[in-house]
Design a protein around this ligand. Structure first.
Ligand SMILES: Cc1cc2nc3c(=O)[nH]c(=O)nc-3n(C[C@H](O)[C@H](O)[C@H](O)COP(=O)(O)OP(=O)(O)OC[C@H]3O[C@@H](n4cnc5c(N)ncnc54)[C@H](O)[C@@H]3O)c2cc1C
Ligand code: SF4
Length: 462
């Protein structure tokens, strides 16, 4: 394999015209030869800036150094000391704004492709049956974790490695949180990638109880007082969707992105052998411009629809990852930018039959620093759609906070927790991930799960 030191080894992908019609993974990843060639571009910096950009502080030159010599098992050993979900992170972390943003190679050429190397290492380890090591001795402490997303799984894994007896309570019938119900199959395969990483956490001795809605099946106070847990971690995410409050939003054919994606990912609506189909739509508008909007749009496309993204700011302000926007455009998603819906039209049977939008222009920067969109008077126009998917963000479900004595939330309904220890306002109860920050990223949730595991061990005197 020939490569110059300034250019990253390209990664193979399914061609856009092919992948637009299937749910197979878009990115095919590196093979051994490509991975070792890319690893050889790493300078093994003494003061590695990339590590400072990783929310869980993975020893990046350490694992890439092992890859350089072709020792993938050792490379996996380094990563698994820091991350319980490397095959997931290697696929969905926004590396361009984290580790790779700070890579010294990026000054005069391409940053080292750290994410793709992490993905290769984790995939190789899985395919070769290498698993993280379980704790040798138990410490007698019992911890309950609420939610099996990246925050809960990471906290559980770290506590189990320290010898705690850990049980996860998960509301859905499958473990993984957004990794199984939100992020689509074509970006994150469930059976091949997510399940084995969840199994690795179980392999550390963690018990996962599914179909348990904490706040309904059992409360936090009951877990402490009746079940006798020594500490609790809440990693229940931010799964409550927001809507616009415009006329027609209750019509049949209007979905939250969460519902649309859950039906496709978790309930396998895309697979005709399952008896849980979806009203996929033939002309679909997805309102929003984040990763969730791109995922919903690309899912609807694969289900056979013509898909329009409707976003009120310009391309520059799109919050989605650049790679996701690029992939969406390649596949044929139509972008209606500087445009906002004002009404959804409904037919006599209660189904969506169109949508009125207005054109926007950008005014002065708002509190977020982004220029705020302002309506252009008299700019109304119609879009011909039969399905509308709202991807406007989510907030934490208040079920747990409203059923737990002494657990404070802020005005956004996020649980109040200390950033370094995860301690909440209720003694013995810790929290982290989207439930605390609002919708964020996998790696930030994992970082919070790790910090809380440390906080819990300290609280338990271990
Ligand atoms: C469609 C989509 C695409 C995304 N794409 C990316 C991406 O590309 N890269 C990235 O970094 N991030 C992405 N994110 C964000 C990322 O997935 C989240 O920030 C992350 O999953 C948060 O982890 P968490 O553990 O805090 O919560 P979650 O993953 O939401 O997990 C919370 C878990 O708690 C369970 N739960 C909730 N309430 C209860 C209860 N009362 N009792 C028991 N269990 C409960 C839920 O069922 C869920 O399984 C995406 C999010 C979505 C929705
Ligand atoms: S900054 Fe880049 S070159 Fe330096 S150790 Fe990290 S990945 Fe390697």
């Amino acid at each position: 394999m020939t490569t110059d030191a300034f250019t990253r080894v390209p990664v193979r992908e399914q061609a856009p015209e092919v992948r637009a019609h299937n749910f197979e993974e878009v990115c095919l990843g590196y093979n051994f030869e490509e991975a070792t060639a890319e690893a050889s571009r790493c300078l093994g910096c003494k003061n590695p800036k990339c590590v400072g950009g990783c929310p869980v502080g993975i020893d990046i030159p350490g694992f890439i150094g092992k890859l350089k010599t072709g020792d993938v098992a050792e490379a996996y050993d380094v990563i698994s000391q820091y991350s319980a979900l490397p095959a997931v992170c290697g696929r969905v972390c926004p590396q361009e704004s984290q580790c790779e943003k700070y890579c010294i190679r990026g000054i005069k050429g391409d940053a080292v492709s750290i994410g793709k190397l992490e993905r290769f290492t984790a995939d190789w380890a899985r395919e070769n049956g290498i698993r993280p090591q379980a704790a040798k001795e138990k410490n007698g402490k019992r911890v309950a974790i609420i939610g099996s997303g990246p925050a809960g799984l990471t906290c559980a894994g770290d506590l189990a490695k320290a010898g705690c007896d850990v049980t996860i309570y998960e509301a859905l019938h499958e473990a993984g949180g957004v990794l199984v119900y939100g992020i689509p199959e074509f970006r994150l395969p469930k059976e091949r990638v997510v399940k084995p990483e969840v199994e690795n956490v179980k392999g550390l001795g963690v018990r996962i109880l599914t179909d348990y809605i904490v706040g309904k099946s059992i409360t936090v106070d009951e877990l402490m007082e009746e079940e006798g847990y020594d500490a609790i971690f809440i990693g229940s995410g931010a799964g409550l969707p927001r809507f616009m409050g415009i006329p027609g939003e209750n019509a049949n054919g209007v979905f939250s992105a969460n519902e649309y994606l859950t039906r496709s990912n978790l309930m396998k609506a895309f697979d005709s052998s399952y008896d849980t189909p979806i009203h996929a739509g033939t002309k679909v508008a997805v309102v929003g411009g984040g990763n969730v909007a791109m995922d919903a749009a690309r899912t609807a496309l694969r289900l056979g629809a013509e898909v329009h993204i409707v976003y009120r700011r310009s391309e520059e302000e799109l919050p989605a990852r650049v790679e996701e926007v690029h992939h969406a455009k390649e596949e044929g998603i139509i972008f209606n930018l500087l445009c906002n819906p004002t009404e959804i039209h409904v037919d006599e049977n209660g189904w969506v039959k169109g949508m009125t939008c207005v054109r926007m222009e950008l005014g002065e920067p708002d509190a977020s620093g982004r220029r705020s969109p302002v309506v252009i008077p008299g700019s109304e126009f119609e879009i011909d759609v039969d399905t509308v998917i709202m991807a406007l963000g989510t907030s934490p479900n208040p079920l747990i906070s409203s059923t737990t004595k002494g657990l404070d939330v802020n005005r956004r309904r996020c649980i109040v927790a200390d950033e370094t220890t995860g301690a909440t306002t209720k003694p013995g109860v810790f929290a982290g991930g989207d439930a605390v920050t609002g919708a964020a990223t996998v790696i930030l949730a994992m970082g919070a799960g790790k910090a809380a595991a440390k906080g819990i061990l300290e609280y338990l005197g271990i």
